[in-house]
Design a protein around this ligand. Structure first.
Ligand code: ATP
Ligand code: MG
Length: 431
């Protein structure tokens, strides 16, 4: 036998029946996005490496150590498996001049790739759901996006998710704060860990994002960017706060929330749960008014968020317990090849009428005993068995046997499939 091949470490197969939970989540998302008038966008999984170096930022964790980058063997292009999709969406918007006639509201889902240490809620291939509003400068769109994420969690029935909010102001405000920050950290240079020492000059704001507990007191005592905001930045934040409050969303200010990416300005936020251990951030986002210019586009205000779908599903499992999984409406029992030729067209009619049917599968030599077929019918979870026996077929009929409720049997005319098909159809094929 040949050697067995396995999935790449940190990259997961999503198998049935688990995949049904993903489909249900995606369905909920699609409906909700439609209600907020956000439109779906699908961009490539592979992008030029420069897109993330410039967009995500040279001194971010993602670009410094997490990207799957490679050279195209055939033409030498430097490419990267996308670690996030905001730069890809911005690139597409610039390339196709999407905002020429006004703002655009977009959403996406798909796999992202980061070379991190795999653990619960942290994988090397993971799925993000994201929403981006391009071409809007007003704080009401920041609030709308946060309401959208909040609404999704509500719709899914999730609880105990807190909303943390901060403002990163505009570049001039960040410059002033940066100087104060460097002074503060220099005065305490002996307390800085290696990561922080490296970032002191390149990106001191990022030090506030540290996960090292030993650094916390120093970070707590650091100058707050909030205290460096001018009037306009302060007003922007206040409008977001008051709209959230008006819509019944509780929030708290976290002055140390800086987010891991370089492109943010004004509003930044996270939706966090304490129920998933260290991987508790479900959704993170903010305003990124500077990104389009960095990528060679016209100045375009924009705001968005990304959400980790594995973490959302994990929390759903924690809080909602086991969910019902899809089963077929009917299982077709097939005695022999003659019956098969009659049965298959009927199954096609049933499917066209919206009935979910699982057909018994045999070999070229036969289909097995009724007993073994009924065992499989039971295991499939179907509510009904359709029995295409020789006697029934001779009368132009099929027997419908209820597998769950007392085993009642009914004869149905094959010529009238359309009239009884709907009696087989369950109202909720999915969770
Ligand atoms: P963290 O601090 O957990 O590393 P992040 O700041 O790197 O998160 P973002 O880049 O903001 O995360 O991505 C948005 C969301 O995507 C996160 O809030 C999280 O839910 C999810 N996410 C990020 N990295 C991973 C990963 N490696 N595996 C699974 N989900 C992830
Ligand atoms: Mg990260």
């Amino acid at each position: 036998m040949a050697d067995k091949l396995n999935a790449v470490k940190g990259m997961n197969d999503i198998l049935p029946p688990e995949s049904a939970r993903w489909e249900a989540l995606e369905q909920t998302v699609r409906e909700l996005m439609g209600r907020y008038a956000y439109r779906n966008i699908r961009t490539p999984i592979v992008e030029p490496t420069a897109l993330f170096v410039r967009g995500t930022g040279q001194t971010t964790d993602i670009v410094e150590k997490e990207m799957y980058s490679f050279e195209d063997r055939l033409n030498g292009e430097q490419l990267t498996l996308r670690p996030e999709n905001t730069p890809g969406v911005a690139r597409a918007a610039i390339e196709h001049n999407l905002t020429y006639d006004g703002g655009k509201r977009l959403w996406y889902t798909g796999p992202m790739f980061r070379h991190e240490r795999p653990q619960r809620g942290r994988y090397r291939q993971f799925y993000q759901l994201g929403a981006e509003a391009l071409g809007f400068s007003g704080p009401e769109v920041d609030a709308e996006l946060m309401l959208l994420a909040h609404d999704l969690f509500q719709t899914l029935g999730l609880r105990n998710i807190r909303v943390e909010l901060n403002s990163l102001g505009v570049p001039a405000e960040r410059q002033a704060h940066r100087a104060a920050l460097i002074t503060h950290f220099r005065q305490n240079a002996d307390l800085l860990d290696a990561d922080a020492q490296r970032r002191l000059e390149s990106n001191p704001l990022r030090i506030l994002d540290t996960k090292n507990p030993a650094m916390q007191p120093l970070v707590e005592a650091a100058p707050r960017l909030l205290d460096y905001l001018g009037d306009a930045s302060r007003r922007h934040l206040e409008v977001v706060q008051s709209l959230l409050t008006a819509c019944g969303v509780a929030w708290t200010i976290n002055p140390r929330l800086v987010r891991g990416l370089d492109y943010y300005s004004h509003t930044v936020f996270e939706f966090i749960t304490s129920e998933l251990g260290a991987q508790g951030t479900l959704c993170g986002g903010g305003r990124y008014d500077g990104l389009f210019e960095v990528l060679g586009g016209k100045p375009t205000p924009a705001v968005g968020w990304g959400m980790g779908m594995e973490r959302v599903l994990e929390l759903l499992k924690e809080q909602a317990g086991v969910t019902a999984l899809p089963v077929p409406d009917a299982y077709a029992v097939i005695p022999d090849a003659v019956a098969l030729a009659h049965a298959m067209p009927v199954l096609q009619h049933l499917r066209a009428a919206g009935v979910s049917v699982q057909m018994h599968a045999g070999t070229l030599d036969g289909f097995g005993s009724f007993k073994s077929q009924f065992k499989k019918a039971d295991a499939s979870g179907a509510a009904n068995a359709l029995i295409f026996g020789a006697d029934e077929l001779a009368r132009g009929e099929v027997t419908v046997k209820a597998l769950r409720e007392g085993g009642t049997q009914t004869s149905r005319l094959l010529s009238e499939v359309a009239t009884w098909a709907t009696t087989l159809q369950s109202s909720a094929p999915y969770i």
